[in-house]
Write a protein that binds this ligand. Structure first.
Ligand SMILES: CC(C)(COP(=O)(O)OP(=O)(O)OC[C@H]1O[C@@H](n2cnc3c(N)ncnc32)[C@H](O)[C@@H]1OP(=O)(O)O)[C@@H](O)C(=O)NCCC(=O)NCCS
Length: 169
């Protein structure tokens, strides 16, 4: 059991705002996908650690697709929320939007489900550690949590297949 009590979804919601500079851009002047992934990972890590009350590491990124570009001089808005808490892992949904600050126009750029595992030191080694259970507060929270078990089943099946292929090769 976790040493921490249940936590509300709203307790760990994490937002980040980034300004796209030339150093973030590809040859077309749009932000690199890899840069977006790095920001998603950071935003989700903060959210996971707020929920877990511990250090947490990235275990898996589900499929990510980039729906619309964000250009140099525009703004990237990220919002992370816990959608499910399991034994030692949490699933985090990160939504990414672009913003043209002068006009206030916003558009959907990407979203990703990321799994983090909470860690604690045991005899000098980091080991997975229990996470608090999640209290859903809204209908949207409950819908996301209800679908999370299916995503987890698929994720763990992929992990099993990868492990099996590795042991063959
Ligand atoms: C993630 C990690 C801690 C899992 O360690 P492990 O010894 O395989 O641990 P376990 O098999 O006991 O699993 C611990 C939890 O991780 C989850 N997990 C492990 N691999 C996973 C994966 N690929 N996808 C989703 N969840 C995963 C398990 O389901 C379990 O969750 P639960 O307790 O909520 O059911 C370990 O693989 C690791 O340290 N990876 C590197 C993490 C890292 O450095 N990330 C930074 C980017 S490289």
């Amino acid at each position: 059991m976790s040493t921490f009590g249940p936590r509300n979804v709203s307790d760990s919601i994490t937002t980040m705002t980034e300004y796209v500079l030339p150093t973030h851009a590809n040859a077309l002047g749009n932000v690199f996908g890899g840069q977006i992934l790095a920001w998603i990972d950071l935003c989700a890590a903060i959210c996971a650690q707020r929920h877990a009350g511990r250090l947490a590491v990235t275990a898996e990124f589900d499929d990510v697709s980039f729906e619309a570009p964000i250009q140099v001089g525009q703004v990237v808005l990220l919002r992370a929320r816990v959608t499910a808490a399991f034994r030692t892992s949490v699933e985090i949904l990160v939504d990414v939007e672009g913003e043209d600050a002068p006009s206030g126009k916003r558009w959907r750029c990407a979203h990703a489900f990321v799994t983090f595992v909470a860690m604690q030191e045991v005899d000098g080694t980091l080991k997975p550690a229990p996470v608090p259970s999640l209290v859903c507060e809204t209908e949207e929270d409950r819908a996301l949590a209800a679908e999370a078990n299916d995503r987890r089943t698929q994720r763990l099946a992929r992990r099993k297949r990868r492990d099996a292929q590795r042991s063959l090769g």
